[in-house]
Design a binder for this molecule. Structure first.
Ligand SMILES: Cc1cc2nc3c(=O)[nH]c(=O)nc-3n(C[C@H](O)[C@H](O)[C@H](O)COP(=O)(O)OP(=O)(O)OC[C@H]3O[C@@H](n4cnc5c(N)ncnc54)[C@H](O)[C@@H]3O)c2cc1C
Length: 383
């Protein structure tokens, strides 16, 4: 087992880190306060090849692999969690189209995602009544007018109003013969599709510079060739995409918590109480030690899952779930300790740790809650 990064991985980390420290981290607080979508920052990431890290160069990607993607995500999330989630979903959409799309679909959409012509991609799976149980979705796509007519609602869609293209899941089974997960198909929907209405931007606890919107489809027409992959095979596509996506969210959690720990260490060295820097007190040292230990363990779990995906080991669902569960739960504790180390100053916006705590919270919820990750892990163990 090799723990050393190869040259490509080192290069991706170096260029992501340089950009994050120079341009992204300094504006993250302002992006959060203003709730400004990070359009400029995303364009810069596209230039660095970070909007298609694990996508072939022939489609405009960096072709650097899954481990490099996880490392890049850790760096970008260390700078700005909102920018990182937008990057994560765009990479995921590009990968889904690359893996399941026809040649025409790949050529039409993927270079625009990787090259920044599209600001972002979106992944429209969740619905108001179907979150942890997406197979219970109600949105339908019915053949008509030489294409597909879509009706229904999607909820919580990251970049739903900004994305040049979104992957949409809808029921394609008959109303009187519902087939559960085997009656769902996947479609590609372009921005501006008639009948697609983008709802009000959600007022969120964290990730305030990322866009999260509900979408309503009312007799929205999609061409015949909007179908992605085989008819009724959409649920499998979603599950495979989420396995990979969970590696991205684990990495995002690690990145946010790394920023929180860095802030806590520097504050602990500066802040004096009882005549000493608080870093001299063992209570503070233990918090820092526990945080560092949890982050290292989370990083190892996450890179292991990334390596399995990179090596095309077919079943890495359990490892991706372990990584997402452990990384997001640890990252939450790390951010909470970082705030504690700041005392009252951690509770106000003069310091970044309150933002890190708000931003990291959702990593325990999206792309499968911690409870759902436990279900995946337990099912794999119990058989
Ligand atoms: C900021 C944000 C961005 C998002 N972006 C996207 C996106 O881009 N695309 C997209 O499709 N979705 C997106 N989501 C949706 C996200 O994936 C869902 O919120 C998540 O899957 C949980 O679904 P839910 O909110 O409906 O909660 P529910 O499924 O209603 O769960 C409520 C509670 O019940 C628990 N629970 C549910 N079922 C079980 C069970 N069987 N056993 C034990 N506990 C259970 C859950 O763990 C949770 O604690 C986003 C969400 C947020 C908040």
């Amino acid at each position: 087992m090799d723990f050393e990064l190869n040259e490509t991985q080192q290069l991706i980390v170096k260029s992501a880190r340089e950009y994050v420290d120079r341009a992204l981290k300094p504006v993250a607080g302002e992006l959060d306060r203003a709730g400004r979508f990070p359009a400029v920052e995303l364009a810069a990431l596209a230039e660095l090849g970070l909007m298609g890290v694990n996508i072939p160069a022939s489609l405009g990607g960096a072709e650097a692999g899954v481990v490099a993607y996880a490392l890049a995500m850790m760096e970008v999330a260390r700078g700005c969690a909102s920018t990182a989630v937008t990057m994560a979903v765009t990479n995921m959409v590009g990968e889904v189209i690359t893996r399941f799309g026809s040649d025409a679909q790949k050529q039409r959409y993927v270079p625009k995602l990787t090259g920044g012509e599209y600001q972002a991609g979106a992944f429209a799976l969740s619905e108001p009544g179907a979150g942890s149980d997406p197979a219970g979705m109600a949105t339908t796509a019915v053949r008509g007018d030489g294409g597909w007519i879509v009706n229904g609602q999607k909820q919580w869609i990251t970049s739903g109003g900004k994305a040049g293209v979104m992957v949409l899941w809808a029921r394609t089974d008959r109303p009187n013969e519902r087939r559960g997960p085997k009656g769902i198909s996947c479609f590609l929907v372009e921005q501006g599709t008639r009948g697609l209405e983008v709802g009000k931007h959600e007022d969120k606890l964290g990730l305030r510079a990322s866009e999260t919107v509900p979408l309503t489809f009312t007799d929205a027409w999609l061409p015949e060739d909007a179908l992605l992959g085989n008819l009724h095979d959409g649920f499998k596509v979603a599950m495979m995409a989420l396995d990979g996506g969970r590696i991205g969210i684990a990495s995002q959690a690690i990145g946010i918590a790394t920023a929180a720990l860095e802030a806590a260490v520097s504050y602990a060295k500066e802040r004096k109480q009882f005549g000493h820097a608080i870093a001299d007190y063992q209570a503070i040292q233990w918090m820092i030690a526990d945080s560092k230990t949890e982050l290292e363990a989370a990083r190892l779990c996450t890179l292991r899952a990334a390596q399995m995906k990179e090596r095309a080991i077919p079943r890495f669902s359990r490892e991706a779930a372990i990584a997402k569960l452990f990384a997001s739960e640890s990252a939450w504790r790390v951010c909470d300790r970082a705030l504690q180390i700041h005392g009252g100053y951690g509770y106000v916006t003069d310091f970044p740790v309150e933002r890190h705590l708000r931003d990291v919270r959702v990593t325990r919820i999206y792309e499968g809650t911690s409870e759902i990750q436990r279900l995946v892990i337990a099912r794999a163990r119990l058989g």
